[in-house]
Design a protein around this ligand. Structure first.
Ligand code: ATP
Ligand code: MG
Length: 340
């Protein structure tokens, strides 16, 4: 990672809507903890950059490539034709092949389950989302699901690497290979091959429909889940719901050579933007993931503990968690709780 006078340089995309407010919260907490990170701040452009074909500029892309690490707020997709979606641009340009979402119950914030502690790892580049759809004849359309050995191996390698690094015990490959014998079959085959290299981790294969039932009945049954694109899209949202929803769920997008772009999973929340009502927890937890990825465990733990403590105390919670604290009140409470 690029360092600068002892600090690590990281790209920050505040994004749109509530993005700048929640990004400000991250900046304040990083300052309070004196985290050795220097932000290179980039906004989404106002015109299409011909080099990226999107509103995200080439300069911004270069920043992430050079820093190798970044944090992203939600981005509004500009309406109109002739440009690529922002998320697609990021994913393609930066080769972000895996999406990682840790879902951890927040003590004190009551949801249906208290014991959720799982991580979904989703293949992010192919499968049903390859964008290959066409009409065969009138009234018949076709969509191609592409599964490659390269992409499946890559995401499986990452899932097992992540599991080992984070002291996890089990990796479950989620599939429907009983019906999609070739595509999901290849995905499973790749997971199995990687599993052999990790004898200390328990490996299992779970059919997607059964997985859904098990997750809603007892999420404690799972640890790390590794999935092709479509299943991952659905299951990762299901898991976010298990711990209390959008305002609390962080995520990471992983590319080659350790490149990582972390982001909150929620959108721009236009209904509350600019009103100081947003919950910055998801992006803060994403920044914690970023620090963990940089192996800056100490500040990561400090921020994480302060978030858990503040929410558990319940005095300062934002509206989405049933409280009446503003984003700035909550941020102040987090800073007060650092190291306590
Ligand atoms: P986008 O088009 O950018 O996806 P959206 O209209 O789909 O935006 P989301 O951002 O996905 O909206 O949010 C859905 C709901 O959840 C909204 O009512 C929003 O206010 C709320 N919400 C989302 N994120 C947060 C947050 N961080 N804090 C508080 N409320 C949030
Ligand atoms: Mg949305």
């Amino acid at each position: 990672f690029a360092s600068h006078g002892g600090s690590i340089k990281a790209t920050l995309f505040p994004g749109d809507g509530i993005g700048p407010e929640i990004a400000e919260s991250v900046k304040q907490i990083f300052d309070a903890v004196q985290v050795q990170v220097e932000w290179d701040i980039h906004f989404v452009g106002k015109t299409v950059d011909p080099k990226t074909g999107s509103f995200i500029t080439w300069d911004s892309m270069e920043s992430v490539r050079q820093c190798g690490i970044g944090l992203k707020g939600p981005m509004a997709t500009p309406i109109g034709k002739g440009h690529k979606s922002l998320n697609l641009t990021l994913r393609k340009e930066l080769g972000l092949y895996a999406n990682v979402r840790p879902c951890l119950s927040i003590p004190g914030y009551k949801t249906r389950y208290d014991n959720v502690d799982l991580v979904t790892i989703r293949e992010n580049t192919e499968g049903e989302y390859s964008g290959l759809e066409h009409q065969v004849v009138k009234g018949v359309v076709e969509s191609l699901k592409i599964i490659t050995r390269t992409a499946s191996k890559r995401v499986a390698e990452y899932a097992f690497h992540y599991a080992k690094l984070h002291g996890r015990k089990r990796v479950s490959a989620i599939h429907k290979a009983n019906i999609m014998k070739k595509t999901d079959g290849l995905f499973l085959q790749c997971c199995r091959e990687v599993a052999e290299k990790y004898p200390d981790l328990v490996y299992e294969e779970v059919i997607i429909d059964n997985c859904c039932m098990m997750l809603v009945k007892n999420p404690g049954l799972f640890d790390v889940l590794c999935m092709p694109n479509l299943y991952g899209d659905i299951i990762s949202d299901l898991c976010a719901g298990l711990i209390g929803g959008l305002g609390l769920t962080p995520s990471g997008n992983i590319g080659d050579n350790g490149l990582a772009l972390m982001e909150a999973v929620h959108g721009t929340a236009p209904d509350i933007a600019g009103k100081n009502l947003a919950n910055p927890t998801a992006i803060l937890l994403s920044s914690v993931m970023m620090l963990q990825h940089l192996k800056m465990t100490e500040p990561a733990d400090m921020i994480h503990k302060s978030i858990l403590k503040t929410i558990a105390e319940g005095k300062y919670r934002t509206g989405d968690l049933g409280g009446s604290a503003t984003c700035t009140d909550y941020t102040k409470a987090l800073i007060d709780n650092l190291g306590k």
